[in-house]
Design a protein around this ligand. Structure first.
Ligand SMILES: [Cu+2]
Length: 104
């Protein structure tokens, strides 16, 4: 659930489980009030807050797959530990943010 409670985001990784130092992609699924959201702008950044560093790559949404699904490429985590992946969401006039927490 996003910070303001407007959107939900779930993800599916092309690598499951996620392996350290392997480039992979995610498919993000964006909904609002239970319905898929199309045409949104998603800006993704990640990092390890406890280590004060970001990701070694700059992941980007490269394709909209329809039905609220978005292809996120360039995912790579280079350390084990606690990561946060932050997704800034812009859909029409509505903005919100969601943080996905990962223990790798
Ligand atoms: Cu680290």
């Amino acid at each position: 659930m996003s910070d303001r409670g407007i959107f939900t985001v779930s993800f599916e990784s092309s690598l499951d489980p996620i392996e350290i130092n392997r480039m992979h992609s995610w498919t993000l699924f964006l909904t609002r009030d239970g319905a898929p959201v199309e045409g949104a702008e998603l800006i993704v950044a990640g990092g390890m807050p406890e280590h004060d560093h970001g990701m070694p790559t700059r992941p980007r949404v490269t394709a909209e797959l329809g039905a609220g699904r978005y292809l996120l490429e360039g995912m790579r985590f280079h350390m084990n530990g606690y990561w946060e992946v932050t997704i800034e969401i812009e859909s029409g006039p509505t903005r919100d943010r969601i943080i996905i927490q990962l223990n790798l």
